[in-house]
Design a protein around this ligand. Structure first.
Ligand SMILES: *Cc1c(COP(=O)(O)O)cnc(C)c1O
Length: 386
């Protein structure tokens, strides 16, 4: 059975392999004994390796230990967790915040806490797998609306049974397409149909908005959306996730999110690293400026070469290819030229929309981007994409 499954995958060019790095993350990584330029990391601001962030993790580990020893509600709420939740609430301009071990855990914990059997969840077709899994786990009915299609969403809202508890779930920045959810329209629809809105801003946190407060800040709708979910493992360079909001809703989540209640608290080191990263996000807006400049340089280069890009509005820049096999060959060609950008295939993306998912960070030098463009042109020609 296992072999049959694996053979079937191989025939469809859908086998997955771990790519072992011989270094930490960064714009230059070590793969198979070679230095490779990385265009695949979500460490958008280069904070995972920032000396202050690393020092904070080391210091907290030395002070409080490598592990937390228990769940948060037992004896696992150590000083770094308390500091992190206070810092996140301040950062998001919210009364309170609750942290989780990962974004996946936040979503599979929070959605079933917010809605259950008898309720209705309306989810964007391209929303993240963890939102779908959390939705299924909730026991509510799940309906999918066409990607960012507000008319479709409004129609689904209009035809539901009056008074039915409803939760709209969406990514803020879509992780595989790099485009944004139309949050002002979503907030308006949610308000007029008395639905709740849950925005997963994993890729927006630290990146979007003048102060990095996320896609809600980008659109100026922070006050119109009460609960703010973001992650700490992407632009914040650590690991974990948070939900910030009014104190009663955060206290409610603390009592109802099973992924929060029944898991060991995140390590003191990861919490302290996120605290340090938040300080840098606030203190050094130039990192975001460099990130957006780099994104502009790379996008302009791709367009000049003639690639078809997804309608991105973020540092996630997908080059649309179509067939899984072609996307794989493209990625192999890139790697042969010391550039790593992954082929993303089904089931991560819909059938026939395989792509090269390129991400850029504030730490890429202009020369890195220009070197990458040469390799992309070559790979595009060798695979017939260009
Ligand atoms: C990465 C991601 C997650 C999962 O977050 P982790 O902290 O990596 O578990 C959830 N939602 C979206 C949209 C993501 O991109």
């Amino acid at each position: 059975m296992f072999e049959d499954y694996l053979e079937e995958l191989a025939a469809k060019h859908l086998t997955r392999r771990l790519l072992p790095l011989e270094s930490g993350t960064g714009p230059v990584v070590r793969i198979a004994g070679r230095d490779v330029l990385l265009f695949a990391s979500n460490d958008y601001l280069g904070l995972a390796g920032h000396p202050e962030v690393v020092a904070a993790a080391v210091h907290a580990t030395e002070t409080y230990g490598a592990g937390s020893g228990a769940a948060r509600l037992v004896s696992g709420s150590l000083p770094p967790h308390q500091q992190l939740e206070q810092a996140l609430a301040r950062f998001k301009g919210a009364a309170s915040a609750l942290t989780f071990g990962s974004g996946y855990l936040a979503n599979v914990g929070a959605i079933p806490a917010l809605i259950g059997r008898g309720g209705l969840i309306l989810a964007d077709r391209l929303c993240h797998a963890s939102l779908i899994d959390g939705s299924r786990l909730s026991g509510a009915d799940v309906r999918i609306y066409r990607h960012n299609d507000m008319e479709h969403l409004a129609a689904l809202l209009a035809k539901r049974r009056a008074g039915r508890r409803t939760l709209i779930v969406t990514d803020g920045v879509f992780s595989m397409d790099g485009d944004l959810a139309p949050l002002p329209e979503l907030a308006t629809l949610a308000h007029s149909y008395e639905a709740h809105l849950y925005v997963d801003d994993a890729h927006g946190t630290g990146v979007m908005g003048a102060h990095g407060r996320g896609t809600v800040e980008h659109y100026g709708v922070e006050a119109r959306i009460p609960l703010h979910m973001g992650t700490l493992g992407k632009a914040l360079g650590s690991s974990g996730a948070f939900i910030a909001g009014p104190d009663p809703s955060i206290q409610y989540l603390l009592h109802r999110c099973r992924s929060f209640m029944f898991g060991t608290a995140p390590t003191p080191g990861s919490a302290a690293a996120a605290v340090a990263a938040l300080q840098i996000v606030v203190r050094e807006p130039e990192r975001r400026r460099r990130l957006w400049d780099n994104r502009e340089r790379l996008c302009a280069g791709f367009r000049r070469l003639g690639f078809t890009l997804a309608p991105t509005a973020s540092p996630i820049i997908p080059i649309l290819i179509g067939r899984a096999e072609t996307a794989l060959r493209f990625a192999e060609q890139l790697l042969a030229n010391d550039i790593f950008a992954p082929a993303v295939r089904p089931p991560t993306v819909p059938a026939e929309t395989s792509r090269i998912r390129v991400t850029v960070t504030s730490e890429h030098a202009a020369a890195h981007i220009d070197q990458a463009l040469v390799a992309f042109e070559r790979a595009g020609q060798m695979t017939g994409v260009l």
